[in-house]
Design a binder for this molecule. Structure first.
Ligand code: AQP
Length: 355
């Protein structure tokens, strides 16, 4: 059964990259298949424990951003990860499925741990196993994310494949598998976990920093000028776009002309994603023009698209009890799916069930 799962960490301010690369793309999926959107608070402690109030506030804020962006709690399950214990339990099982060598290759760990790997938490190292558990606790088939998550999703598939293979006989014997839709010599005929499909597409899969077109726009960048936060007001958005790094040339008329011009490519991609068009269409309209003309047009568009969402986020944050009620309802629905999955997993492994 097709099912979407995705999430955002409640760490710091949500930015345009999170919105265009992930959240905005979730909205239309609600009409296509069952959708689960998680506020991944257990991931938010891997790089250090935030303050209590900071974490609870950020959890509500990400929830408010989901709803303000158009995620409808009546059609989608919205919840915070820590409330469904099955994520942690399955992550432990996956710690024992995944190989050290696989995790050693994860580039995000290398970036986030920096030079001081010895002092990084074990949680930061094992983060991709928890992400695999988040997805597979719901046997989700589709995961819409930004390009930076591609490697983690490949690992999720590796974990699912190893689990399906290592336990193939037991899955068959217990009658818990579903037929493999794409038979291959690498996978058994009955699968317990689906081979999840990453959904990484469109002009905004990797929004770059406004200060450096070779760096990803990120919550943890020290410079606030590097990103547009969903909470920024119109003046701040305009100021940041005005100050955004560019090169001295006019915009090209063809997409090929953006090659080797990361900052120009980024701004055109942002415009295309906000307008729901393509880079080619944007260049059709603005090719040959200078940034002094393009930047104000981009600011106007960004404000037009983001201001109603920012306003709605602020309004929702005025009703924390309502946000908590949405999360509670979501957690109950999520647990109702994940609990039987973990029951199966315990059975497959052979844990003695005495309660
Ligand atoms: N710059 C980006 N462009 C496109 N998509 C992006 N995403 C993040 N940055 C960009 C997507 O947003 C979703 C949630 O990300 P996350 O908060 O769980 O973790 P992250 O990737 O670590 O996000 P940040 O903002 O970059 O945080 P820090 O600074 O803490 O690392 C994911 O789908 C991600 O692909």
């Amino acid at each position: 059964q097709p099912r979407v799962f995705s999430g955002v960490q409640p760490t710091g301010n949500l930015h345009l990259g999170n919105y265009l690369g992930a959240v905005s793309r979730w909205v239309p999926l609600q009409d296509q298949m069952p959708t689960i959107f998680c506020v991944v608070d257990a991931h938010a402690i891997t790089a250090g424990f935030p303050g209590r109030a900071e974490l609870t506030n950020a959890t509500r804020e990400v929830t408010a951003a989901y709803m303000a962006a158009g995620i409808d709690p009546k059609r989608s399950i919205i919840f915070n990860q820590s409330q469904v214990r099955e994520h942690m339990e399955l992550a432990w099982v996956f710690n024992c499925v995944a190989r050290m060598g696989w995790l050693n290759r994860m580039t995000q760990f290398k970036e986030k741990a920096g030079k001081n790997k010895e002092n990084a938490s074990v949680g930061l190292f094992a983060y991709p196993n928890l992400m695999a558990a988040d997805i597979l606790a719901y046997r989700a088939t589709h995961v819409p994310v930004g390009d930076d998550q591609k490697q983690h999703l490949e690992l999720t598939r590796d974990i699912a494949a190893k689990f399906n293979n290592d336990f193939a006989d037991r899955i068959k014997e217990l009658g818990l598998g579903v037929p493999n839709p794409t038979p291959s010599p690498e996978l058994p005929e009955m699968l317990y976990f689906p081979m999840t499909e990453p959904m990484i597409a469109g002009p905004a899969t990797r929004i770059m920093s406004l200060r450096d077109g070779t760096k990803k726009m990120s919550k943890s960048d020290a410079s606030d000028l590097s990103r547009i936060n969903l909470k920024d007001d119109a003046d701040t958005i305009s100021k940041k776009i005005k100050k955004a790094k560019t090169d001295p040339d006019a915009l090209p008329s063809e997409v090929d002309g953006l090659e080797g011009r990361p900052e120009a490519d980024n701004l055109v991609g942002i415009y295309a994603a906000l307008a729901g068009s393509s880079k080619a269409e944007v260049l059709n309209a603005y090719g040959g023009q200078q940034f002094s003309a393009f930047k104000p047009a981009l600011s106007d568009l960004a404000v037009e698209k983001l201001a109603p969402m920012t306003q709605e986020m602020r309004r929702l944050m005025g009703y924390p009890a309502e946000i908590d009620a949405v999360l509670k309802d979501g957690a109950e629905k999520a647990a109702a799916i994940a609990e039987p999955v973990l029951k199966d997993v315990r059975q497959i492994i052979g844990f003695l069930d005495v309660r």
